[in-house]
Design a protein around this ligand. Sequence first.
Ligand SMILES: NC(=O)c1ccc[n+]([C@@H]2O[C@H](COP(=O)([O-])OP(=O)(O)OC[C@H]3O[C@@H](n4cnc5c(N)ncnc54)[C@H](O)[C@@H]3O)[C@@H](O)[C@H]2O)c1
Ligand SMILES: O=c1ccn([C@@H]2O[C@H](COP(=O)(O)OP(=O)(O)O[C@H]3O[C@H](CO)[C@@H](O)[C@H](O)[C@H]3O)[C@@H](O)[C@H]2O)c(=O)[nH]1
Length: 335
Amino acid sequence: MSRTKVVVAGGAGYIGSHVVRQLQRTGRYDIVVLDNLSTGHKESIPDGVAFEKGDIRDAAFLDATFAKYKPEAVFVESFIFWVGDSVKDPLSYYENNVSGTITLLQALVKHDVKYFVFSSTAAVFGYPENDLVRETDAKDPINPYGDTKLVVEVLLKWVEQAHKIKYVCLRYFNACGADESGEIGEDHMDETHLIPLILQVPLGKREHIYIFGDDYKTHDGTCIRDYVHVSDIADAHIYAVEHLTKTGKSDNFNLGSGKGYSVKEIVEAARAVTGHAIPAQVKDRRGGDPDSLVASSEKAETVLGWKRKYATINDIVASAWKWHTTHPQGYRTPK
Ligand SMILES: NC(=O)c1ccc[n+]([C@@H]2O[C@H](COP(=O)([O-])OP(=O)(O)OC[C@H]3O[C@@H](n4cnc5c(N)ncnc54)[C@H](O)[C@@H]3O)[C@@H](O)[C@H]2O)c1
Ligand SMILES: O=c1ccn([C@@H]2O[C@H](COP(=O)(O)OP(=O)(O)O[C@H]3O[C@H](CO)[C@@H](O)[C@H](O)[C@H]3O)[C@@H](O)[C@H]2O)c(=O)[nH]1
């Protein structure tokens, strides 16, 4: 069987590196990672995967890379995404995320690449109108980060019409956990995500976890989110590209689990997994946090055939714990 040539832009980052692993495990893809290493890690790229260091905003670099590898599909994980920063510095967000994706799409057009899988986000919905967020729900981002994703989603419709590029937008809810091998995981400088921050307590890196607000309209007052294992999210990329090659139909999918957990419940799960007391202190709310954000995953399951392997929050947290205990300094941990 012939192998499909794919480019993973941002493939050295947290989610991108897991997409690369899952693609590689199928044995059906020739993979090239394209990454400027602004937040990614070269050490995450496994043997057998080509790497080109460069920027998605650099048309000449993309031209040379696409001419060399002749990809049939491109996956995009190369966004900057700290929500707080996006409010303070919207221009950098639009420049990297929107302008970068436009330059990338121009390379797809020039090199006749047919398929595009885009890393979108729950943040396109802003404050959700329903308990379970469906693909058809209103989109109204409340920060520049979410808006850059929505701009690209809309842009893709017109690019498809003009240039016949077929695309899938995957809207990740809260990505977490780490690859079963224990070799790759989450290593963000200035981490803001809840689960890695909680695990810094049993690792001895912080004394307690702050809970941002306990006066939300939820059963225990803390925010509810939909935590999905990063390898399950990565698998969805394979379903997405197979869907595109089989049906030629562009589409958008929410990637969640249909079940939300409160911040307090995540802290409890981490206590159960690590056996550590993990002290928690309640602080003021963080700006721009909706009470609850949980996805219906029905469409991804029925249309793509997406199946999640990680069913329980404890399994998800345990996989993150395995990565952090073996890599307390992330990729800088001496071997
Ligand atoms: N982590 C989450 O919970 C979550 C949830 C929803 C959506 N997302 C989206 O998923 C994507 C990946 O998130 P992540 O957590 O893996 O982030 P990450 O920072 O770990 O990975 C991003 C990668 O893209 C690279 N990159 C950034 N700008 C680039 C550019 N201009 N040119 C080339 N490479 C560039 C970085 O070096 C890095 O390797 C982002 O688009 C993010 O918005 C993440
Ligand atoms: O020290 C902390 C860190 C976070 N939280 C709370 O934990 C929840 C989860 O926060 P975090 O892990 O930062 O994720 P989100 O802000 O929900 O954002 C993630 O999930 C979104 C989709 O749901 C994506 O759009 C974003 O890119 C991704 O960072 C939120 O209620 C936070 O207020 C705390 O209480 N204490």
